[in-house]
Design a protein around this ligand. Structure first.
Ligand code: SIN
Length: 277
């Protein structure tokens, strides 16, 4: 499919598109606006064969908003804006190895992230994405009605508030894990105007005003529903691939199927704003 100038190839039925013919080191205002439109529509956009310095990666991210510096991840030596998402051959635990959306524990959750592949394993290390537009749309009218009155509590404490041996040196600062936030369970996406499911297995604790025990059955149902294969796509990385995902309309899951190999990614997260139902 061609928009004005973008060459867009959807990756699956519900989520994800590859965009060809773009050099992220040289973006015009028109191209930035078209990429923003594609992101709001597809949830994740992927650019192949990019050759970006750290400075060019930062400059590309800044075209889409302010950078949200992650409190917990190790950074590159020269740039705190760039979080290291790395797994060395002798490490067994990866970062992001479960369905989640980044920063939902913040009062103003991040818009999205730009993850740039600097060194990928010969096989494995794919990332899966799931569309929270598709997940919401497929719910019954009755459940949509129930969810419309609900908000959920999200937190960083249970994830980042403790030292985890398997992630030593890569994820830290547990004393900074003090964020709690309440957001609508079904949000209206600020750019597309579409409804999206906004709870996730990584950071959502419970429905606001409900106990964790009371919340668990409905949250479990929503989590299972939201990862139906037809709502997902799978990104097979190559060195130089960059994925830009929207945290408000997608979840992601970094597969950990490349033991004994190195995977090095640079992540820049872009600040977002308030979410409304
Ligand atoms: C993340 O969850 O931000 C990391 C995703 C990945 O490494 O594929």
């Amino acid at each position: 499919m061609l928009s004005n100038r973008l060459e867009i190839r959807p990756m699956a039925g519900a989520v994800g598109a590859e965009i060809g013919g773009i050099d992220l080191a040289d973006l015009s205002d028109g191209t930035v606006s078209e990429i923003g439109g594609a992101l709001a529509e597809y949830g994740v956009v992927v650019f192949r064969d990019q050759t970006l310095t750290e400075e060019q990666h930062i400059a590309a991210a800044r075209r889409f908003g302010q950078i949200d510096i992650n409190r917990f991840f190790a950074k590159t030596e020269r740039h705190p804006e760039i979080a290291l998402v790395v797994k060395e051959p002798d490490q067994t635990v990866n970062i992001g190895g479960g369905w989640h959306t980044d920063h939902s524990y913040d009062q103003l959750p991040a818009l999205g992230s730009m993850l740039y592949a600097r060194e990928v394993p010969p096989a494995g290390g794919d990332t899966m994405f799931s569309s929270m537009y598709a997940a919401y749309d497929a719910l019954s009218d009755g459940l949509k009605e129930t969810l419309s009155g609900l908000r959920a509590v999200h937190s960083s404490r249970h994830v980042f508030g403790k030292n985890r041996d398997g992630l030593k040196g890569r994820v830290g600062n547990p004393e900074l894990a003090t964020q709690d936030a309440v957001h609508p369970v079904a949000i209206v996406h600020p750019a597309s105007g579409r409804k999206a499911l906004y709870v996730n297995p990584g950071f959502t604790l419970r429905f606001d005003g409900w106990t964790a025990e009371e919340s668990a059955p409905l949250l479990s149902y929503l989590y299972k529903h939201a990862t139906r294969p037809e709502f997902t796509c799978r990104l097979n990385w190559r060195n130089g691939s960059l994925a830009f995902w929207d945290n408000r309309s997608t979840w992601h899951y970094a597969l950990n199927d490349y033991q004994g190999e190195r995977r090095l990614m640079h992540r820049i997260t872009i600040a977002g704003g308030p979410l409304h139902g």
